[in-house]
Design a binder for this molecule. Structure first.
Ligand SMILES: [Zn+2]
Ligand SMILES: [Zn+2]
Length: 133
Protein backbone atom coordinates (compact mmCIF):
# COMPACT_ATOMS: atom_id res chain seq x y z
CA UNK A 1 0.00 0.00 0.00
CA UNK A 2 1.32 3.40 -0.96
CA UNK A 3 1.15 6.44 1.33
CA UNK A 4 -0.37 9.50 -0.34
CA UNK A 5 2.22 12.23 -0.89
CA UNK A 6 1.58 15.87 -0.01
CA UNK A 7 2.23 18.50 -2.71
CA UNK A 8 5.72 20.00 -2.91
CA UNK A 9 6.45 22.55 -0.12
CA UNK A 10 8.39 24.73 -2.56
CA UNK A 11 6.12 24.95 -5.62
CA UNK A 12 2.96 23.00 -4.67
CA UNK A 13 3.65 20.55 -7.52
CA UNK A 14 2.70 16.88 -7.34
CA UNK A 15 5.24 14.44 -5.92
CA UNK A 16 6.35 10.95 -6.98
CA UNK A 17 8.27 8.09 -5.48
CA UNK A 18 11.75 7.52 -6.88
CA UNK A 19 14.74 5.41 -5.99
CA UNK A 20 18.49 5.37 -6.31
CA UNK A 21 20.34 2.13 -6.98
CA UNK A 22 23.39 2.09 -4.73
CA UNK A 23 24.54 -1.41 -5.60
CA UNK A 24 23.04 -4.66 -6.89
CA UNK A 25 21.31 -5.41 -3.57
CA UNK A 26 20.79 -1.93 -2.19
CA UNK A 27 18.39 0.78 -3.28
CA UNK A 28 17.53 4.02 -1.54
CA UNK A 29 14.02 5.42 -1.70
CA UNK A 30 13.12 9.09 -1.91
CA UNK A 31 10.33 11.40 -3.06
CA UNK A 32 10.79 13.92 -5.85
CA UNK A 33 8.63 16.85 -7.01
CA UNK A 34 7.42 16.38 -10.61
CA UNK A 35 7.58 20.13 -11.26
CA UNK A 36 10.68 21.62 -9.62
CA UNK A 37 12.70 18.49 -8.84
CA UNK A 38 12.94 19.03 -5.07
CA UNK A 39 13.92 15.81 -3.30
CA UNK A 40 13.36 14.37 0.16
CA UNK A 41 16.26 12.77 1.99
CA UNK A 42 17.31 9.23 0.96
CA UNK A 43 15.61 6.51 3.01
CA UNK A 44 15.68 2.71 3.28
CA UNK A 45 11.95 2.29 2.58
CA UNK A 46 9.17 4.06 0.70
CA UNK A 47 7.24 4.52 3.93
CA UNK A 48 10.19 6.37 5.50
CA UNK A 49 10.65 8.52 2.39
CA UNK A 50 6.94 9.41 2.39
CA UNK A 51 7.08 10.29 6.10
CA UNK A 52 10.11 12.54 5.51
CA UNK A 53 8.43 14.24 2.54
CA UNK A 54 5.08 14.72 4.30
CA UNK A 55 6.59 16.18 7.48
CA UNK A 56 5.85 19.95 7.65
CA UNK A 57 6.18 21.21 11.23
CA UNK A 58 7.82 24.57 10.57
CA UNK A 59 6.96 27.85 8.95
CA UNK A 60 10.04 29.39 7.40
CA UNK A 61 10.72 33.05 8.19
CA UNK A 62 14.43 33.91 7.92
CA UNK A 63 16.39 36.17 5.56
CA UNK A 64 18.77 34.64 3.05
CA UNK A 65 18.31 30.91 2.85
CA UNK A 66 15.12 29.92 4.54
CA UNK A 67 15.13 26.96 6.92
CA UNK A 68 14.17 23.50 5.70
CA UNK A 69 10.38 23.13 5.15
CA UNK A 70 10.52 19.53 6.37
CA UNK A 71 12.49 19.78 9.63
CA UNK A 72 13.31 23.48 10.20
CA UNK A 73 17.03 22.75 9.79
CA UNK A 74 19.68 25.14 8.47
CA UNK A 75 20.08 25.31 4.69
CA UNK A 76 23.32 25.54 2.70
CA UNK A 77 24.22 26.26 -0.92
CA UNK A 78 27.00 24.61 -2.91
CA UNK A 79 27.99 24.28 -6.53
CA UNK A 80 30.54 22.27 -8.46
CA UNK A 81 31.45 20.80 -11.83
CA UNK A 82 29.91 17.37 -12.00
CA UNK A 83 29.43 14.25 -14.08
CA UNK A 84 25.91 13.74 -15.42
CA UNK A 85 24.22 10.48 -14.35
CA UNK A 86 22.27 8.39 -16.85
CA UNK A 87 18.87 7.13 -15.66
CA UNK A 88 16.84 4.12 -16.67
CA UNK A 89 13.07 4.27 -17.35
CA UNK A 90 12.32 3.93 -13.62
CA UNK A 91 14.43 6.93 -12.70
CA UNK A 92 17.26 4.87 -11.21
CA UNK A 93 20.82 6.02 -11.85
CA UNK A 94 22.55 3.39 -13.96
CA UNK A 95 25.61 5.02 -15.47
CA UNK A 96 27.41 8.30 -16.05
CA UNK A 97 27.47 10.61 -19.02
CA UNK A 98 28.83 14.12 -19.77
CA UNK A 99 30.19 16.85 -17.46
CA UNK A 100 28.01 19.76 -16.35
CA UNK A 101 27.77 22.46 -13.70
CA UNK A 102 25.78 21.34 -10.74
CA UNK A 103 24.43 23.27 -7.79
CA UNK A 104 22.26 22.50 -4.85
CA UNK A 105 20.64 24.10 -1.85
CA UNK A 106 20.16 21.56 0.88
CA UNK A 107 19.18 21.01 4.50
CA UNK A 108 22.15 20.26 6.78
CA UNK A 109 19.84 18.42 9.21
CA UNK A 110 17.73 16.00 7.15
CA UNK A 111 19.41 16.19 3.73
CA UNK A 112 16.38 17.44 1.76
CA UNK A 113 17.61 19.27 -1.33
CA UNK A 114 16.92 21.12 -4.54
CA UNK A 115 19.55 20.52 -7.16
CA UNK A 116 19.95 21.89 -10.65
CA UNK A 117 22.24 21.45 -13.60
CA UNK A 118 23.19 24.23 -15.97
CA UNK A 119 25.77 25.36 -18.53
CA UNK A 120 26.25 28.58 -16.57
CA UNK A 121 28.07 28.27 -13.23
CA UNK A 122 27.04 31.79 -12.18
CA UNK A 123 23.32 31.09 -11.85
CA UNK A 124 21.97 30.38 -8.39
CA UNK A 125 18.70 28.78 -9.45
CA UNK A 126 18.30 26.49 -6.47
CA UNK A 127 18.41 29.34 -3.92
CA UNK A 128 15.44 31.01 -5.63
CA UNK A 129 13.59 27.69 -5.68
CA UNK A 130 14.47 26.87 -2.08
CA UNK A 131 13.17 30.20 -0.81
CA UNK A 132 9.96 30.14 -2.87
CA UNK A 133 7.18 29.12 -0.47
ZN1 LIG B 1 8.25 21.43 -6.40
ZN1 LIG C 1 15.51 19.31 6.79
Amino acid sequence: MQIELKPCPFCNGSASYAYFVRSRNSTQQFVVCDDCGAESKLCDSREEAAAAWNKRPYDAKVNGLRPCPFCGGKAKYESSLYVKPLQDENGAYVDYDEMYYWERTYCTECGAEISSESDDDEEEITITKWNRR
